[in-house]
Design a protein around this ligand. Structure first.
Ligand code: FES
Ligand code: MG
Length: 578
């Protein structure tokens, strides 16, 4: 480290200041027991932790932060841990997604406002990973992510149970009398038997893999279970690495290139990842000025098979994925098939190919090869267009029923998920196996926050009759752990006057996934007439954060970020506070 490097460091605008200001900046920090020498110009590293007992998937992150700290000290930096908000998926209402942008904004502002030269981002639950990446990208100081790791495999009566995925299954079993209420209480504990985030390939595991595929977390880091000691080892390594990254001035803008996003999109197809990655990757890309369109998510993955046999599309869980070689093994396979940009730089300072080129697949049932893939190319996320979704919609084919991927059926429309739930178990309900259930007003603006409500459970009478799936169409999202023939993210959403708002009961809906189409078989003149009669729903919120959200949130195909948060605002040192 040269002396000029030390004095030009961002943190020196605070800790290197002379006179009264410098005294204020240093003196109060010393109440934590730091000696004067820590202000000598060494890299000051923020450790942003989203630990919270209200976000159980992130509750252990304070321990992970301790390991990061060790690494920062070892490498000669000064680690300073700070809390961020945590958007826990399970408890927050109306949906954690409403708060992703708020968290991203908080992360961005906290990094910029403080004497930091680099930052380690500790996340876990679904939205916390994209929120942190969005915030850090908009500051563009050196940043490395450490996700908190998945829970151990759930175990119930000798069977692996997957968080989220088995909630839907148990619910069906309860409805059909295959399970009692007591058995369900017991199973709840079996499903969540250690710290960590969902251990299915739901959104949290997907986004952890996305962070790794983008090059923003250390190779292998996504898969270590939260309670595996190697989770702490990788955290410590990240702490060491961020100090070097500050010296090398290796920034997110150098890592998060168009090619990096293309890699991530392909990796998402190979891991059978969550549909939520479409929205989150688009939003992160928006922060670094990379234009991603929904079309990219379809075009780029057509040749990519699903290699990873994990729930909800397959049978294994993240612990198995870890032991089978984790994401580096998947990336090595894709590199071998020339499906990744291997020259992309990552937080290691090395390229994707250098990081993972030699990674080994240890269990080819969990991580299959390109030669005999778990599912053939073209069965991942598909992007649909048509008069029902002019700006696009997505469907996860691997989680759908093949016989429903081309389907024509009458719509049964519900203006809210609640309206459906009220009648779902009515034995007289006018829904049969051909019906297309339409759930609307669950979009970014309409709900607000675009909750994971699209995969509504099937009506009890159909479940009892042995029906396993129905086509559902919604402007909301689906949990990454969910499954079914569910068309999601319909854009524009109903609440802004998208065609979903114009559907009537009985209208024929035509789903044709092979041809990427979702149409309403109603003639244009009739749709025009209905559009003229359409009235926007009353604003649910007239003040507060929810109001701000509905005023500024963009549609799903744009990533549902706030328009005013797009782009990077840099890391210039703000004006003095004293
Ligand atoms: Fe937090 Fe699934 S609920 S990761
Ligand atoms: Mg989720």
């Amino acid at each position: 480290m040269t002396d000029s490097q030390k004095t030009s460091r961002r943190s020196q605008a605070w800790f290197g200041a002379r006179g009264r200001s410098g005294m204020v900046y240093r003196s109060w920090m010393r109440n934590q027991g730091f000696g004067h020498e820590v202000f000598d110009g060494r890299p000051v590293v923020g450790i942003a932790t989203s630990a919270s007992e209200l976000a159980p998937c992130n509750a252990h992150l304070t321990r992970v932060a301790e390991a990061v700290k060790r690494g920062v000290w070892q490498a000669g930096g000064l680690p300073l841990q700070f809390p961020t908000m945590a958007t826990g998926e399970t408890l927050m209402r109306p949906t954690a997604m409403l708060y992703r942008n708020l968290m991203a904004m908080e992360v961005e502002e906290l990094i910029r406002a403080n004497p930091l030269d680099g930052v380690v981002l500790l996340s876990g639950c679904d939205k916390t990973t994209p929120a942190m990446l969005m915030g850090a990208a908009s500051v563009d100081l050196p940043a490395v992510m450490v996700t908190g790791g998945p829970m151990l495999n759930g175990k119930y009566r000798g069977q692996d149970v997957g968080s989220g995925t088995h909630v839907w299954k148990f619910e069906e079993d309860l409805k059909t009398g295959r399970m009692t209420e007591e058995e369900c209480f017991f199973a709840e504990g079996c499903m969540a038997r250690s710290n960590g985030h969902c251990m299915t390939m739901g959104t949290a595991s997907t986004m952890a893999c996305m962070a790794e595929a983008l090059g923003m977390q250390l190779p292998g880091s996504a898969a270590w279970p939260a309670v595996d000691s190697r989770r702490m080892e990788t955290a410590q390594a990240a702490g060491q690495r961020i100090v070097r990254m500050v010296e090398e001035e290796l920034r997110p803008s150098q890592i998060l290139t168009r090619e990096a996003f293309e890699n991530a999109i392909r990796v998402n197809a190979a891991i059978g990842g969550s549909t939520n990655a479409v929205i989150h990757l688009t939003a992160i890309a928006g922060r670094v000025g990379v234009e991603l369109s929904l079309k990219d998510f379809d075009d780029l993955v057509r040749a990519v098979p699903t290699l990873v046999n994990l729930m909800p599309s397959g049978k294994y869980l993240m612990e198995d994925f870890c032991y089978a070689g984790g994401l580096p093994a998947v990336m090595a396979e894709l590199l071998g098939g020339e499906m990744l940009h291997g020259e992309q730089i990552t937080v290691t300072g090395r390229t994707i190919a250098e990081n993972t080129g030699n990674a080994e697949r240890v269990d080819s049932d969990v991580i299959t090869g390109l030669d005999v893939p778990f599912q053939p190319a073209g069965t991942g996320i598909a992007v649909l267009r048509g008069n029902l979704c002019p700006d696009g919609a997505v469907i996860k084919q691997s989680a759908a029923s093949p016989h429903l991927l081309t389907h024509r059926g009458p719509a049964r429309v519900f203006d809210s998920p609640e309206a459906y739930h009220e009648v779902a178990d009515d034995p007289e309900l006018d829904i049969d196996e051909n019906t297309v259930i339409v759930i609307r007003n669950a979009g970014p603006k309409g709900y607000p926050g675009m909750p994971e409500v699209a995969n509504v459970p099937l009506p009890a009478k159909l479940l009892k009759a042995g029906v396993k799936d129905l086509v559902r169409v919604c402007d909301g999202r689906m949990s990454g752990t969910g499954y079914g023939t569910v068309v999601l993210h319909v854009a524009p959403e109903a609440a802004v006057g998208g065609p979903l708002a114009l559907v009537h009961d009985g209208d024929p809906v035509v789903l044709d996934v092979p041809n990427r189409s979702l149409r309403l078989d109603v003639d244009d003149a009739e749709l025009t007439r209905r559009r003229q009669a359409w009235k926007a729903p009353a604003e649910r919120h007239t003040s507060g954060y929810a109001w701000l959200y509905t005023q500024h949130v963009e549609q799903a195909d744009q990533g549902a970020d706030f328009g005013f948060l797009r782009g990077s605002r840099g890391h210039e040192v703000p004006r003095d506070s004293h």
